[in-house]
Design a binder for this molecule. Sequence first.
Ligand code: FE2
Ligand code: FE2
Length: 318
Amino acid sequence: MLDKCERLQWDPDADLDWSVAPRRFDRDTEMAVVQYFTDMAGIERLAAQLFAVQRDNTTDPTLRAIFQSFVVDEERHAIVAERLARHYDVHHYRPYRTNPHLVRFAAAFEHVLHHVSPEVANAYITSGEILLDIALLRSLDDFVDDDMSHQAMRLINRDESRHIAMDHYMVGYYGSEEYARWEASQPAKPLLEQLRSALVVLAFMWKARPFLKAVFFEPMDMVDPSGRRLIEAFRRIQLVGLMGEAQGRPFNRFLRLLQDTFNHPIAGPFLGPLVVRLMGVDPRVIKRLYTEEDERRVRRMSAQELADETLAMKGAAA
Ligand SMILES: [Fe+2]
Ligand SMILES: [Fe+2]
């Protein structure tokens, strides 16, 4: 993997041809497209932050180098997204700024990252990347349907294939016996500290709803009106949480408890709105999106097999 990370680096100036003329859109569409790319840059920088945490959390030199290369990848994606925004800003109808919900969320995110375990940080990045790679970027690229966007997304997607593979690998690692042994050997955190961390995470989850709505659900409704890819991506996230090695982990159990509460015939109608607020996502994706057969199948799968399946779904490159 490290060899691949080094070999497949690229340069936005040398490897993309920015001289192609941008597709012309009507006024509203142009403004929407430029705003999407502006926000995409902010999301890519969140991903960079998360991989920096993964890098700092590991002592294994190979893993460190892999995650460091991912930080570089995500920063490159942010720069490319900013350039795409400028490329499509043909008429300068208005100035564009990162969505304020995203700005606020990014600040809260920085804070929470110091309170969550590396495992929870990994759950965030895995879910975030599945949403981004399977749903948002593919749909955005189809919607823009233009050579410049296709060129950039092809290379971004190639980087994302490595990220997704590692995300799954780490989900498997945090669910492994090796990690359980390491965890058991660590001194227990004082109760007060545990409580403080839990509260920080809950407060953070509470803030995620307006952010996800503004930068994910609303744009998705525009670029993927059928909601097909949105459901596909959330179904995938639910399935990754069921993977043999990961299903018993506390954070996954907590998320499933929230989901079961939402879907419960008696508790659901009362506690459902609270669950929606806490999980930060639309009710349509808190529903159980997989069948019993899916569940049985995924419980038997390894991280590698699941990664291959996710990669196939996103249209893997290299
Ligand atoms: Fe990225
Ligand atoms: Fe990524």
